[in-house]
Structure formats: C-alpha cells, structure tokens
Design a protein around this ligand. Structure first.
Ligand SMILES: [Ca+2]
Ligand SMILES: [Ca+2]
Length: 92
C-alpha cells in the first residue's frame, strides 16, 4: 500500500513538473532579436544591421525583430527596439 502511494505521488510530481515545464515555454519575446530572453540595445543593433543588409538573421530572429508586424525589418523596428530597451516605450 505504501509503495502504491509512493508511486502515485511520484507520478503526480512528474505530471506537475511536465505541466510546469510547458507553462514556462513562453512565446518568443518580441524585440529580442538575439534570443537571449532580454530586449536590449544589442537587439536594436542586430535589427538595424539586418535592415541595411550587413548581417543575416534566421527566420525566428527576423520574426522577433519585426516589432511593427509588417513582415519587414526596418530601421523603424530597430528604433522601437532601442526605445523599448531604454524604457522610453512600454511595448510595441
Ligand atoms: Ca536579446
Ligand atoms: Ca517591421
């Protein structure tokens, strides 16, 4: 009986842990071009460099860089990311 209870408890813990892990899988952070979980001036720099063709970005980074949502990464996106990074704006 004790073994059965222990096994049930263990199963419950594993199920809760799996649920929690799924909850932590947040959607990609808009503006976080580098994908490090933070929106910084570096992200603005990456967006700006991509916008003028200096660097390539993978598809996910491009999606996060397009903060205006117009299917294009421009200097305006980079500008908004920079403003967000220093707290001038609260969102995109
Ligand atoms: Ca970042
Ligand atoms: Ca855009």
């Amino acid at each position: 009986m004790l073994k059965r209870t222990a096994m049930f408890s263990l199963s419950l813990i594993i199920a809760i842990a799996a649920f929690a892990a799924n909850c932590e899988a947040a959607p990609p952070l808009l503006g976080d071009v580098s994908g490090d979980g933070d929106v910084s001036a570096y992200d603005a720099s990456l967006a700006a460099q991509y916008a003028i063709g200096l660097i390539p970005l993978d598809a996910e980074s491009v999606q996060r860089a397009d903060v205006t949502g117009n299917e294009d990464v421009s200097a305006y996106d980079a500008s908004l990311i920079a403003q967000y990074a220093i707290g001038l704006i609260d969102g995109f």
